[in-house]
Design a protein. Structure first.
Length: 54
């Protein structure tokens, strides 16, 4: 495996981790706020929420 493909996989994994963290944070918001930003609670759950400690 080349350095470039290893680096690309690492970046993809970190992006997935960041999305899951953000989804977990968004799930703590109320439904009205989620509607204002254009997402639903069920969409966030499908994307795999996770609460990572800071």
């Amino acid at each position: 495996m080349s350095f470039r493909s290893t680096f690309d996989r690492m970046i993809a994994a970190r992006e997935k981790q960041a999305r899951r963290y953000v989804n977990g944070a968004l799930l703590n918001m109320d439904d009205d706020t989620l509607a204002r930003i254009g997402v639903t609670r069920s969409e966030l759950r499908k994307m795999g929420p996770s609460n990572y400690p800071m």
